[in-house]
Ligand binder design. Structure first.
Ligand code: DGY
Length: 332
């Protein structure tokens, strides 16, 4: 390792485009080329690093940072940063960055893929066909729910939520949204453009035919979709979650889906990831699942890796990184 270049701990293998940005500018070490490093592995490996480039699978907290007093920046390769204890980083003067914007459209596309799969029973139909159960065209076989003209309720009308709303225009849907704070900038414009109406949370749960969740995970949003919220939905409603797993209470979701309180759901994210095959939720035919694929396109993952690398390099060069989450630490 050269002594002149800053040292970056990259916790797992990221797309080559991101590593290419670091070439010649930093001395990087990839902790794990396969699998996820344990908390203790990360804690031991950060010693002596100037920056950490983690993924959402690694928890970066005060204890880890105390083991690495030389670390100036945690450059998360994700837009969500609930895996990083931002308060602990701020208290130690460590910058935290994320990767907003580059994954917005890809994630919105995937929310729609799940929504449509759940509404029109695409996965059930696939299994039915492969299992040799398709004997004839059935007038009432595998009937789904129509999208066109339906009401789409969006919880969290930020970048991704508003991108999901834009796509609803093509289906002639009515869009309502619940956002914890007044809309700003582009999201406000999108709401105006698509004629989206603001609703309170309970109203949205009651009125929506489709509910798509796009809030970050915070103390306020943990189990936001729980027993109380699910008691309000139409029995024909479909719930889609591409945000963070713990926003939906899995026990309440199981109860709603298995009792007919909720018609179907689609989850890209789970309270505990990876979800285990014998999780009760996976026994439900009216649940479509994916292994946290929202941003998983070649182009988008390359962009996320590049953005994380550029954030790290900017901070190490003494510049304000473009996607600083904890602006309080920036002394200029
Ligand atoms: C994120 O970036 O927060 C997503 O969950 C993964 O792309």
């Amino acid at each position: 390792m050269s002594t002149t270049l800053p040292k970056i701990l990259v916790t797992r293998k990221i797309p080559a485009a991101g590593l290419a940005c670091l070439d010649g500018k930093a001395n990087y070490r990839i902790l794990r080329t396969q699998g996820v490093p344990s908390y203790d592995e990360v804690k031991a490996a950060v010693r002596g690093a100037d920056a950490i480039l983690p993924l959402l699978t690694e928890r970066i907290d005060g204890d880890i940072l105390d083991n690495a007093p030389t670390v100036k920046v945690v450059a998360n390769m994700a837009v969500g940063f609930d895996n990083v204890d931002v308060a602990a980083a701020t208290a130690r003067g460590v910058m935290v960055t994320n990767t907003p914007g580059v994954l917005t459209e890809t994630t919105a596309d995937f929310a729609w893929a799940l929504l449509m799969a759940a509404a029109r029973r695409v996965v059930e139909g696939d299994r039915f066909t492969r299992d040799g159960r398709w004997k004839t065209w059935e007038p009432e076989g595998l009937l789904g729910q129509d999208l066109y003209g339906a009401t789409l309720g969006i919880i969290g009308f930020g970048r991704i939520g508003s991108a999901v709303a834009r796509r609803a225009v093509g289906f002639d849907m009515d869009v309502i949204y619940y956002n914890p704070s007044p809309l700003k900038g582009e999201a406000r414009q999108v709401a105006e453009d698509v004629g989206a109406r603001s609703a309170d949370f309970e109203e949205l749960m009651r009125e929506s035919d489709f509910i798509s969740v796009h809030v970050p995970l915070t103390a306020d949003t943990r189990h936001l979709i729980g027993e109380g919220a699910l008691a309000l939905v139409k029995p024909t409603a479909v719930l889609v979650n591409t945000s963070r797993g713990p926003v939906v209470d899995p026990a309440a979701l199981y109860q709603a889906l298995s009792s007919g309180g909720l018609w179907a759901a689609a989850l890209d994210v789970f309270e505990k990831e990876p979800v285990v095959p014998d999780d009760p939720l996976l026994s439900l035919p009216n649940l479509v699942v994916a292994p946290h694929l929202g941003s998983a396109s070649v182009t988008t993952r390359n962009r996320m890796a590049v953005m994380a690398a550029e954030n790290a390099l900017a901070a190490l060069a003494g510049h304000r990184p473009p996607n600083l989450v904890n602006g309080d630490v920036w002394k200029g």
